[in-house]
Ligand binder design. Structure first.
Ligand code: COS
Length: 382
């Protein structure tokens, strides 16, 4: 049975997130983008409303939202502002390894504080020399009694300079590649943890992106998620789980650009009439609508599979690649419809276009998504 009806709770949370996006985020979106400032007041309000950390299970103080609900929230928050949206949603990525692989004690210790106060966590996989080829990471964890000594640098870490907790992927032996990877939970105030370069980005400038440096950091073995060698699978499962949310976020940016373009096309007069009367514009808007609708369906399918516990890696990658590619196309076309005005900071479409670009890159470039999809195609054909 296929049913696109949302539950009453899902409708309510979607409306809550939309109202928050329109009333709280949009009025300050330009400010945070230009100031490149971390939006703490927005984080605090979103936390009060339960719009962040929605995935934390009820037994640890959260609401235990399903993946589809999380995607509905992500779409709306990114409709409000993608930079702030990334700041708000990054905890989902960072806390998922704990939700997936933590013991009851680890979940209680690490997840519960997030339900009590507006604090941030970061997912630390990428390194200066290990991006798409994540299994080649070099951050080293050397066992010393009941601790690991952690050394290495993590790159492009969302919320890196504001987080109070890091989930760090490190290797006990680089020669083992993915089989030597472990996942460690590291608290910010552990001696030896510091912040390196903070990035200045093209778009999503309200989100914090920083290097996180670990120098002889002593991490208790009890902070390891899963067994030695299980870290890689925890990272991959986390990305399977988070990519529908990224795809939903891209749909939110595209929706914002589309609505602005429709409104502008109906108002803007050229040749004595609104440009919406011209088929050239109508077809562009129709194509935008087709892309947004189909991308949203791909998101819902991937989320639905995850929520049913069915294999979802391929669907997640399809949704991520498709939704983020169409977000780039839709926002670029929105700038085109605005013409010269679209290229100025007077209107938001230039921001949507800058913001959309990152969606094709982070949480696995769209080339990596295609690689994942292709591997599934051949596996299915065997
Ligand atoms: N779930 C569970 N296991 C998975 C998996 C998944 N989604 N994807 C791969 N694996 C397993 C494979 O089955 C294989 O296991 P075995 O050794 O038991 O056979 C192992 O992981 C290694 O897989 P593979 O050979 O495919 O690894 P590669 O080094 O070729 O890399 C990609 C695979 C490219 C998919 C991986 O490096 C990747 O996802 N890169 C992008 C990283 C990324 O998204 N970075 C963004 C940072 S987070 S913002």
């Amino acid at each position: 049975m296929i049913d696109f009806t949302l539950t009453e709770e899902q409708e309510a949370v979607r409306k809550l997130a939309r109202d928050f996006a329109v009333n709280e985020m949009r009025p300050v979106a330009r400010h945070y983008d230009e100031a490149e400032e971390f939006p703490w007041p927005i984080v605090e309000k979103a936390h009060e409303l339960g719009l962040i950390n929605a995935l934390i299970p009820e037994e640890y103080g959260g609401v235990g939202a399903d993946k589809l609900t999380e995607c509905l929230i992500a779409e709306e928050l990114f409709y409000g502002c993608a930079g702030m949206g990334t700041s708000l949603m990054a905890n989902s990525l960072a806390l998922t390894p704990i939700i997936l692989a933590g013991t009851d004690e680890q979940k209680r210790r690490f997840l519960t504080p997030f339900t009590e106060k507006p604090i941030m966590a970061s997912f630390c996989l990428t390194e200066p020399g290990a991006g798409s080829d994540a299994a080649s990471l070099r951050t080293r964890a050397v066992r010393d009694g009941d601790h690991y000594i952690l050394n290495g640098t993590k790159q492009f870490i969302t919320n890196g300079s504001v987080a109070s907790l890091y989930v760090v992927f490190a290797t006990v032996n680089p020669e083992l590649r993915h089989k030597g990877i472990i996942a460690l939970v590291v608290e910010r105030d552990t001696p030896g943890v510091s912040i390196g370069k903070v990035e200045h980005k093209m778009g999503q400038r309200a989100s914090d992106t920083a290097q996180v440096v670990f120098e002889d950091v002593r991490v208790p073995v009890e902070n390891r998620l899963g067994e030695e060698g299980e870290g890689w699978k925890i990272a991959m499962r986390t990305l399977d789980s988070s990519r529908p949310g990224i795809a939903a976020s891209a749909v939110g940016i595209a929706q914002a650009a589309f609505e602005d373009a429709v409104k502008y096309a109906m108002e803007r007069q050229q040749f004595g009439q609104p440009i919406a009367n011209f088929q050239a514009i109508q077809f562009m808007l129709a194509d935008m609508a087709i892309k947004i609708e189909t991308a949203r369906l791909a998101v819902w399918k991937a989320a639905w599979l995850w929520d049913r516990g069915q294999p979802s890696a391929k669907a997640s990658s399809i949704a991520k690649a498709y939704a983020t590619d169409i977000a780039m196309e839709v926002t670029t076309d929105a700038v085109q419809i605005f013409g010269g005005y679209g290229y100025t900071r007077e209107f938001m479409v230039e921001k949507y276009m800058r913001d959309a670009k990152l969606m094709q890159i982070y949480e696995g470039t769209n080339q990596i998504q295609r690689l994942v999809i292709a591997r599934h195609i051949f596996k299915e054909a065997m």
